[in-house]
Design a protein around this ligand. Structure first.
Ligand SMILES: Cc1cc2nc3c(=O)[nH]c(=O)nc-3n(C[C@H](O)[C@H](O)[C@H](O)COP(=O)(O)OP(=O)(O)OC[C@H]3O[C@@H](n4cnc5c(N)ncnc54)[C@H](O)[C@@H]3O)c2cc1C
Length: 390
């Protein structure tokens, strides 16, 4: 929609072709229905995940700074926005994602864009005159084509990965798509009983230089683990392997270091349970002590070995996850068209001159917090203007 709007503003005839009626079906689902449309503060390009160069991500994001995107949404797009300072997120003031989608679609139509829905694009044949081929047998003559088919997440919203196949047939390589911003499955029935408990933690995966750490809220669920910290790190673990090969995600259940825990647990008249509950939620403290068989331990009588095991569980607890929630639960798809295969100024394909890309189909995604709509908007504008002016 963003690409179509900007292409049509430059006097071109523009058609959106979307298999879904209406298009933009992720928008009503976003932000738990409330639509976290932008981050409140500028995001470091290095927070976006890509196998391509972060410099290209930076170049792209700098082309339309956050403040200008916001001014565009509240100006020409006519959306009233409200800040949530605590979460650092921006939402629509009235209604939620459904209203945003309907409103954007109306503005795009008013700008002269034709919207054709209900039939998928099955192929693009640059060498043919009628070069965009639809599922229903129709075809279209297009001077420029912007492929904005998204990733593979939430396939019921229309994004099933056909865009990758079309691009591959045209000579593009694809960074293997992987589920990202996704919850994890696994854990014991005792963990599942804590469903609903949310706690700020630090998660870490990997060793040495490749170690990734993430601080944020962690949520126990009926089937495993979720919350922003898990969503932001799950792809690192999942890309390294699921099931038997899954790497360990270590949890520090508080901001206390092992040295600080040593001090907190120094021999005294207190029970270990009582000491833990001064720092951790009761139910979590009980779970950890049950798992270590230290339910009735006292700080004064803890053996050296038990103290070591306990502190290890408090600062580097190995999370027993097995797999991700998969495509049906991933908020975005990692991987896609390598950024090295597009011109970052116009998002034009370096392989097929009539072709442009924008949005989630490109190999980059950002953390929870409105960064993925930001990416869709910025790349949409670049591709729309690029296609219109090239
Ligand atoms: C549950 C959920 C919550 C989210 N919450 C947020 C949030 O709060 N904030 C945020 O920034 N991001 C959020 N995201 C991510 C955000 O929705 C996406 O990053 C963004 O929608 C990507 O935009 P896109 O246009 O590139 O792709 P999409 O929104 O996936 O759109 C792709 C479109 O292409 C169409 N299409 C695909 N293949 C074909 C074909 N062959 N022929 C015709 N049409 C086709 C689809 O029907 C679809 O309409 C969320 C995602 C999900 C799933």
């Amino acid at each position: 929609m963003m690409a179509a709007y900007h292409a049509s503003r430059r006097g071109n005839r523009v058609v959106i072709i979307d298999r879904m009626r209406p298009p933009g079906q992720k928008i009503p689902l976003s932000g738990g229905g409330r639509c976290n449309i932008l981050p409140l503060r500028p995001v470091e390009p290095s927070q976006y995940v890509t196998d391509s160069s972060v410099n290209i991500v930076k170049k792209i994001l700098l082309s339309w700074p956050l403040a200008e995107v916001r001014a565009f949404l509240s100006g020409p797009m006519g959306l009233k926005l409200i800040d949530n300072r605590k979460s650092g997120k921006v939402f629509p003031l009235f209604g939620g994602g459904e209203e945003v989608r309907n409103h954007m679609l109306a503005v795009v139509r008013q700008s002269g864009v034709e919207v054709r829905t209900g039939s998928a694009v099955v192929d693009i044949q640059p060498s043919q005159r009628r070069n965009v081929i639809l599922e229903n047998g129709d075809s279209i003559v297009a001077a420029r084509i912007i492929l904005a088919t998204g990733g593979m997440s939430y396939p019921q919203t229309g994004s099933d990965g056909t865009g990758y196949e079309i691009a591959r047939r045209l000579g593009h390589s694809i960074v293997d798509p992987y589920p990202a911003l996704v919850s994890l499955r696994g854990g014991s029935p005792e963990h599942h009983k804590l469903a609903g408990l949310s706690i700020p933690v630090t998660l870490s995966v990997g060793k040495g230089k490749s170690r990734t750490s993430m601080r944020g809220d962690f949520l126990f669920t009926h089937r495993g683990y979720s919350g922003p910290a898990i969503l932001n790190i799950a792809h690192v673990a999942a890309r390294a392997g699921e099931g038997e090969d899954s790497p360990t995600i270590e949890v520090a259940w508080s901001d206390k270091t092992s040295v600080e825990w040593e001090e907190i647990l120094a021999p005294s008249g207190k029970t270990v349970r009582g000491v833990l509950k001064e720092v951790l939620p009761d139910r979590l403290a009980d779970l950890l002590l049950d798992e270590l068989a230290l339910t009735d331990a006292r700080t004064a009588t803890l053996t050296k070995g038990d103290r070591k095991r306990l502190i290890a569980a408090l600062v580097s607890y190995p999370l027993p996850w097995r797999r991700t929630g998969g495509w049906n639960e991933a908020e975005v798809t990692g991987g896609g068209i390598p950024l090295s295969e597009i011109d970052p100024r116009t998002l034009r394909s370096r392989i097929v001159p009539q072709l442009y890309f924008c949005g989630e189909i490109l190999d980059a995604f950002g953390p929870i917090g409105g960064t993925n709509f930001l990416w869709a908007f910025v790349t949409g504008k670049l591709a729309g203007e690029g296609a219109a002016s090239d």
